[in-house]
Design a protein around this ligand. Structure first.
Ligand SMILES: [Zn+2]
Ligand SMILES: [Zn+2]
Length: 114
């Protein structure tokens, strides 16, 4: 019976290394992961409703008007900055847009940088 081996056995070596400190970004919920606004195309899996929105953001859902499901865009297309942007300043229902709710204001009035 030596005291050294018994004290070693009592040691529990913790090797918990924390991953994810490199990038704090959450899971990729949308095809686009940048900071700009996109043209998003949504399809509700529940009621198969389809809609498109020129105010689609990375990792932001919009609620389905039919069944209130939270739907992430399956496709996102970059908006061209060619003066066409003004046409996309159409308001949309804020209560259906995660981005509007996050910022507490109309997301389509926001510029790319916050
Ligand atoms: Zn739906
Ligand atoms: Zn919005």
């Amino acid at each position: 019976m030596d005291s050294l081996s018994s004290s070693l056995a009592g040691l529990s070596i913790r090797t918990e290394k924390k991953y994810g400190s490199k990038s704090d970004q959450g899971p990729k919920l949308t095809p686009y992961q940048g900071k700009n606004k996109c043209f998003g195309e949504f399809k509700c899996q529940k009621c198969h409703k389809f809609w498109a929105s020129p105010h689609s953001w990375a990792n932001c859902y919009q609620e389905c008007k039919g069944c209130s499901s939270k739907v992430y865009p399956f496709k996102q297309t970059k908006l061209e900055h060619s003066g066409e942007e003004r046409k996309t300043l159409k308001p949309h229902p804020m209560e259906l847009c995660q981005k509007c709710q996050q910022f507490g204001r109309a997301c389509w009035k926001s510029r790319a940088r916050f």
